[in-house]
Design a protein around this ligand. Structure first.
Ligand code: GDP
Ligand code: MG
Length: 370
């Protein structure tokens, strides 16, 4: 829901701008005619003038959340945690992700070789964990910049032979800003010059105090090369997940986020999605970013075709009309026409933004029903 100017509102209410300004003042808001006021204020002022403002969903980034049905506690089921790996360059993020995947994806399984779909799931102690394997901080930061909250837990990788570096601190700040729990993986423990105590000492300065030093942060010594400590790391992830109780409702239409998307020569628009709530099914009509699509086929992280994907599951989806952006939200609509309408409106809105049109909503927008 975007703002509109005092002048716009006055016109809408068929009042002089000065009257509206006066009313605003009486409500404690000082504003000039060209000033933008938010929707709450608009409603308040309008009511003062005896007009009812029907603010229907204005299509913006957060609109999907507003469209989602609330879940009752009984409908909520446990879902796997979604984990992101962050840390300084060369501290072993990629190696760790590869190691976890190799050790935990059973080789005997059909299609045991994982394919890259931006995220993968492993099983430990009969529970699933979803790892985002989009490189570097990109996944986390671009998605967050777009307002998508994807990560439940962050693994902060710090090389024991190198200690805390600028990107380590950056990662801590991102995780803190997002209020995401941090587990520290002290990596490269196989190296003779490994000095885990120095890592602990340095991180203490950033308020990450190890449990054995009286703090609350879990530190796990690992080696992404030898595989030492990987099982413990996964156990700690499950422990945090148990405490945090991540839940979702698998019995409704799906909503989630685009992890990656690209145009494939043979297959058309390919979108890698993370289902965050509900269950995504082949045949579902969805809007991702500003694009409409019908899920033609879904492929899981083992390269297998699947018919459905429940909460925290990453899938590759074919059938979108165009390529959405990483971090774009997606949502399934039971009504295909509605899905098309919404996609069209989002395209229009995007176009206006790109044309440099001001961010204020038009009067039409305010009354628009979706
Ligand atoms: P990233 O930039 O954080 O993704 O780091 P990489 O995973 O690319 O690792 C950087 C270098 O460190 C590579 O040469 C890895 O082989 C090496 N490396 C990563 N983990 C370990 C480890 O646990 N032990 C040792 N000895 N080397 C490691
Ligand atoms: Mg890397």
């Amino acid at each position: 829901t975007g703002p509109m100017t005092v002048g716009d509102l006055a016109r809408l209410l068929r009042r002089e701008a000065s009257e509206v300004i006066k009313k605003l003042m009486s409500l404690g808001t000082m504003a000039t005619i060209n000033q933008e006021i938010d929707v709450d204020t608009i409603s308040l002022v309008s009511e003062e003038f005896g007009a009812k403002v029907k603010v229907k969903e204005v299509i913006d980034e957060s609109a999907f959340e507003e469209l989602e049905e609330e879940d009752t506690p009984e409908e909520l089921k446990e879902r796997p945690p979604v984990v992101t790996i962050m840390g300084h360059v060369d501290h072993g993020k990629t190696t760790l992700l590869d190691r976890i995947r190799e050790t935990k994806v059973t080789a005997g399984e059909a299609g045991g070789i994982t394919q890259h779909i931006g995220a993968y799931q492993v099983e430990a102690n009969d529970k699933k964990i979803t790892f985002l394997d989009t490189p570097g901080h990109a996944a986390f930061t671009t998605m967050r910049a777009r307002g998508a909250e994807v990560t439940d837990i962050t693994i902060l990788v710090v090389a024991a032979d190198d200690g805390v570096k600028p990107q380590t601190v950056e990662a801590i700040n991102h995780a803190k800003a997002a209020e995401v729990p941090i587990i520290v993986a002290v990596n490269k423990m196989d190296k003779p010059e490994a000095n885990p105590d120095r890592v602990k000492q340095q991180l203490t300065e950033h308020e990450l105090i190890p449990e054995d030093w009286g703090g609350e942060t879990i530190f796990v010594p690992v080696s992404a090369v030898t595989g030492d400590g990987i099982d413990e790391l996964l156990e700690m992830i499950l422990l945090v997940a148990e405490v945090q109780e991540y839940k979702a409702n698998p019995d409704k239409r799906a909503r989630g986020v685009v992890i990656e998307a690209e145009l494939d020569k043979g297959r058309g628009a390919v979108a890698r999605l993370l289902v965050q709530n509900g269950t995504l099914n082949v045949g579902d009509a969805l809007v991702a970013g500003s694009f409409f699509g019908k899920v033609r086929a879904m492929i899981n992280d083992r390269g297998q075709r699947v018919k459905s994907a429940d909460p925290s599951t990453p899938v590759e989806v074919l059938g979108l009309s165009d390529v959405p952006e990483a971090g774009d939200p997606f949502m399934v609509f039971t009504d295909e026409k509605k899905a098309r309408d919404i996609a069209e409106k989002r395209i229009e809105k995007k176009r206006q933004k790109e044309l440099g049109a001001s961010s204020r909503v038009t009067l039409d927008d305010l009354y628009k029903q979706i």
